[in-house]
Each structure stands twice: as structure tokens, then as C-alpha cells.
Design a protein around this ligand. Structure first.
Ligand code: AMP
Ligand code: MG
Length: 481
């Protein structure tokens, strides 16, 4: 592995140099071989060696482990110091194609930023993050990825005693909005500029050529996040803890805690046990992202212009475009889900469908998937709805618009590429976690394999596409920290 470690070259105020804390009995649970190949790692065929590497017991040559400093707004409250309290950035590697990846262990022990925490992660949340982040990738959503998971052989103590594990995550960078807030709160302007330069170099290289590179950086982050929010909303994904420290400036989905996918369509859905007010409800996510980006904009002010009024006007002008930009991408995405071009008429037809889905509590994923074939076979689609008459009218309007826009012939293929057959359903993840805690990793492995091809029918795994029975429904998810 060729380590570059550009973050470890930044000033010492950016991180703590610290090695992972060794664990008692490392055991490899899973290595993501396709991802390892993309990183051009050449993993040994020796599970004991791999277990050592992916728990942090064994450091690879060239790795310079650090815990990154960051701050963040948690549920709207500013916390001046958070940081990697249980994660270690092992370093940054580059493949022959010039793609750069940060590799990080999570659950790998205490750091200066642990604030009384034990630095560890229970097996359950590690499995959830592995399954969901890899599914998100296969669904075409920018995200951190999961390279490996390994058991520590050590218990972690939460409400119960739980098995401990470490997940190895890969990202195009782990800088968060909260990283900028860390330096802005301390009025460390040189460090802010250094951080911005680093993020431009790593994640937003086109900004370097702009008249005002920092303004272009802000625009580029906002654009990436607008696209990300559109994808989340088109797939029914609820992040659950969109704090600014869990918002990546690369535009990748990061920090899978109490995340969940909608089963039935309820736009106000909240799953997270720590979000009783519904701040991070499904349909609040774009607005919350705008709020988080406003925090980023505030941090960047001194870089945007030496004159504060001018800087503020520049920042606000960028921010003002976020919701329209999101709406544009959401319109395109939603119209693709019904096989139509992204014009106003198609968009309003798509939103009428969402409204019918809400009233019927129709399964979000299965209703859209059944619509793919509804020109030839409408019944599997219409039975998803309680209001037979209304959905019949909608279907007629849809067929008419397909004809009028000349989309009828291409709609099925367009829709099958936008409407997955499989999503990581909460009850399936829960069952896979329960099995894994009892020592059986087969259900988790099966989920991971099926979700690697979410747009393929895979009839032999049809039951993984079924919504939960009432007694299986997961209505609360937990951070599991
Ligand atoms: P999260 O809610 O997972 O985004 O984490 C918020 C903050 O708490 C971050 O600074 C984490 O590093 C820290 N944290 C979460 N769990 C632990 C833990 N078990 N030990 C130490 N720090 C933790
Ligand atoms: Mg976090």
C-alpha cells in the first residue's frame, strides 16, 4: 500500500497522533474484497493477519494513525470540541487511477477526544453501518464505504454487555462541517485557510481555478449536498443524526447511526430514539442540510472576503441557491422514478403519487418498483394502495403523460434503474444483527450480497424485498454508541 497521509502533514492542532488500542482477541468478520481491489490493496490470504490489521492491533508500514479534531452543532447546540473519540485515521492511499482514499478504523479505542467514552463500538452498529453504507453505494449514493469488520473479542458495556467490533471505513475524506467549526470557534484563521486548501485539493479541485477559490469551495460543497439530499429523498433514506459533525464536506453520506429506510411512505417519519422533536425527520433533511451549510458558510466568512459585509453577502448568495438547486435535482430524480422527463407536469404528477402513497401508507420501495411494470401489468402496483379509484385515475393520467411525452417505450428501463427492488430494510438488519450476536453471520452476509445488486430482481431472495409484518416493524433505531 502506498500511503500519502496528507492530513498527517497538516499542523499538529488538526489531530492527535495516536495508535489504536490493541484488542484481546481479533477475529475477521468480513473483508470487502471488491473494495480492497479498487484500493489496490493486496490483502494476505491469512485471516489472523487481516484480523490484526482491521482491529488496529497490527499497523501497516506507512500508516500514521491520527484522531482528527472537530467540533459540531448537535441538535442545534454548539459543542466546541468533539473529534474522533473512537476512530483512528490510518492514512490515505492512492491507486493507479489517481483516486485517493482515507482509511479509518472506528471502534478502535480511546483518544484525546473520547470525553469519557470507552472508544469502542458494539457489534450491532458496526454491522448496520457495513450493510447500509455498502447498500447506499450500490444504490448510487455518495457515501463512506465499509472495507472490513472485525470482532475485538472484548465486551463493551452499554445498557447490556455487548460484543465489541471495529469497522474499517473508506472515504474521499473525513473532514466535516464541524472540522471548520472547530477552527472558526477558536478564531484560528490560518488553520481555517489551511483546512479549506486541503479540502479543495482533496475533494473540490475545480475550485482552485476559480477567481475566489473559497467561494467556489462553498458552492461546490453546497452543490454536492443538494445532490445528496435529492438522492436520500428519492430512496427513502433517513440519516437520523444530521449534526454538523456528521456532515461531510466531500458530499458523502457519513456516520450511520440510527439511520433507516422508509418502509411505508410517511414523509414526517422519524426513527431515531434520540430525536423526539423530529428535527431530523425524513422530509426535514434538505432544510437541515441548508442549516448545516449556513454553519459552514459562517466559518468561511473570513476567507470569502476581508470585508465582513461583502463576505456575508457572498456567502448568502451561495446559500440562497441551495434549496432551488436541491429541488431541481429532486425533481429530476423523482420524475425518473416514474419514467418521465423532469418538467413541471411530470413533477406534479409524481408528487400526486407520493400523496396517494402517504394516504395509503404504501410501501415506498415496492410501489415504485411495481410501477416499472405497470404499463403491462398494473395490478401489482395498484394493490399497494388502499384507494383503488384514486390510484386508477392517477395511473390513467400517468399512461397519458407517458404517451404525450414519448416516454412510454423507455420508461420501464429508466424506472428500473431508479427504483431498487431491494433496500436494507430495518427489520432485516435487526434480524441480521441478532443472528450475528449469536454467532451466525450468514444473514448479514446474505443481506450484503443481495444489496450489492439492488436493482436486479433476484427472485430467489424475494422475501428480502417484503415489507415488515406488523410485529416485525422497527419504529425506533438507536445510535448504539
Ligand atoms: P456520533 O454521535 O457517533 O456522531 O459521535 C459524536 C461524538 O461522540 C464524536 O466525537 C464521537 O467520537 C464521540 N463518541 C461516540 N461514541 C463514543 C465512544 N464509545 N467512545 C468515545 N467517543 C465516542
Ligand atoms: Mg459522528
Amino acid at each position: 500500500m502506498r500511503f500519502i497521509n496528507s492530513y498527517a502533514r497538516l499542523p499538529e492542532t488538526f489531530f492527535e497522533r495516536i495508535a489504536p488500542e490493541p484488542v484481546a482477541a481479533p477475529a475477521l468478520i468480513r473483508l470487502n474484497r471488491p473494495l480492497a481491489a479498487r484500493l489496490e490493496l493486496d490483502p494476505p490470504d491469512d485471516d489472523a493477519a487481516l484480523a490484526g490489521i482491521f482491529t488496529g492491533n497490527r499497523l501497516l508500514p506507512g500508516s500514521e494513525p491520527i484522531a482528527q479534531a472537530y467540533a459540531g452543532h448537535q441538535f442545534g447546540q454548539f459543542v466546541p470540541q468533539l473529534g474522533d473519540g473512537r476512530a483512528h485515521l490510518l492514512g490515505e492511499v492512492e491507486n493507479a487511477a489517481g483516486e485517493r482514499f482515507d482509511i479509518q478504523l472506528k471502534g478502535s479505542g480511546r483518544t484525546r477526544f473520547s470525553r469519557g467514552g470507552d472508544g469502542r463500538a458494539p457489534l450491532g452498529p458496526v454491522i448496520r453501518e457495513y450493510v447500509v453504507s455498502e447498500a447506499m453505494h450500490a444504490l448510487g449514493v455518495p457515501t463512506t464505504r465499509a472495507l472490513a469488520m472485525a470482532a475485538t473479542g472484548q465486551p463493551v458495556f452499554r445498557e447490556d454487555e455487548l460484543p465489541g467490533a471495529v469497522i474499517t471505513r473508506v472515504a474521499s475524506g473525513f473532514v466535516r462541517v464541524g472540522t471548520f467549526e472547530y477552527f472558526a470557534a477558536r478564531r484560528m484563521e490560518d488553520e481555517l485557510r489551511t483546512l479549506a486548501d486541503h479540502v479543495i485539493e482533496r475533494n473540490h479541485p475545480a475550485a482552485r481555478e476559480a477567481d475566489n477559490p473559497y467561494r467556489a469551495l462553498f458552492e461546490s460543497v453546497c452543490a454536492a449536498q443538494a445532490g445528496l439530499m435529492a438522492r436520500w429523498l428519492c430512496l427513502g433514506f433517513v440519516h437520523g443524526v444530521m449534526n454538523t459533525d456528521n456532515t461531510s464536506v466531500s458530499g458523502e453520506t457519513i456516520d450511520y447511526g440510527p439511520c433507516a429506510f422508509l418502509d411505508h411512505y410517511d414523509p414526517a417519519m422519524v426513527f431515531s430514539s434520540i430525536d423526539p422533536m423530529g428535527r431530523y425527520a425524513f422530509n426535514q433533511q434538505p432544510t437541515i442540510m441548508a442549516w448545516n451549510l449556513a454553519c459552514l458558510g459562517g466559518c468561511l466568512l473570513p476567507l470569502l472576503d476581508p470585508d465582513e459585509t461583502t463576505a456575508r453577502a457572498a456567502g448568502e448568495a451561495v446559500l440562497e441557491r441551495f434549496i432551488p438547486d436541491f429541488t431541481e435535482r429532486y425533481r429530476e430524480g423523482l420524475c425518473r422514478k416514474i419514467g418521465l422527463p423532469g418538467d413541471d407536469e411530470s413533477f406534479s404528477l409524481a408528487r400526486r403519487l407520493l400523496d396517494l402513497m402517504r394516504r395509503s401508507r404504501a410501501d415506498f420501495t415496492n410501489a415504485f418498483r411495481a410501477l416499472c411494470d405497470a404499463q403491462a401489468a398494473p395490478a401489482p402496483f395498484t394493490i399497494q394502495f388502499a384507494t383503488a379509484e384514486k390510484i386508477a385515475t392517477w395511473l390513467n393520467d400517468w399512461l397519458a403523460l407517458l404517451d404525450r411525452t414519448g416516454s412510454a417505450a423507455t420508461a420501464r428501463e429508466t424506472m428500473r434503474a431508479a427504483n431498487p427492488a431491494f433496500i436494507p430494510r430495518n427489520h432485516r438488519i435487526e434480524a441480521a444483527i441478532q443472528a450475528a450476536m449469536a454467532g451466525d453471520f450468514a444473514p448479514a452476509d446474505r443481506l450484503i450480497e443481495v444489496l450489492a445488486r439492488p436493482f436486479d430482481d433476484q427472485p430467489e431472495h424475494a422475501e428480502l424485498a417484503e415489507p415488515p409484518r406488523p410485529e416485525e416493524r422497527v419504529t425506533r433505531t438507536f445510535c448504539g454508541t
